[in-house]
Design a protein around this ligand. Structure first.
Ligand code: ZN
Length: 107
């Protein structure tokens, strides 16, 4: 079957487009950015978005500290009664039991 590229052209030859596979003379094809030899309708420039590069963003805090150790309150050991008049700021270290009737309730 003969096509539109089936004619004699001195110094040229028939080739197929890498994209559409239509027959063209060799001088009609152009090399595209991806290395394919394509016909004029299939030719396209490389998208400029392919050259966009991200800007590295430095997410750094002004200062950091290590996490303090966890504090646990032992709920099984009530606060000692003698400390209720002068309650400690941190009842964590109080290991002496307190009678239940001496513990102040909600006001
Ligand atoms: Zn083509």
């Amino acid at each position: 079957m003969t096509g539109r590229a089936d004619y004699f052209a001195k110094g040229s030859y028939n080739v197929l487009c890498d994209e559409c596979s239509w027959k063209y003379k060799a001088w009609q094809l152009k090399k595209r950015w991806d290395g394919l030899m394509v016909c004029p309708p299939c030719f396209e420039k490389r998208n400029p978005q392919d050259f966009v590069r991200g800007v590295k963003d430095a997410h750094q805090l002004p200062f950091t500290r290590p996490e303090p150790p966890d504090l646990f309150v032992d709920m099984t050991n009530p606060i000692r009664a003698s400390n209720l008049a002068n309650p400690p700021l941190t009842p964590i270290d109080q290991n002496v039991p307190v009678p239940i009737q001496n513990i102040p309730g909600p006001v």
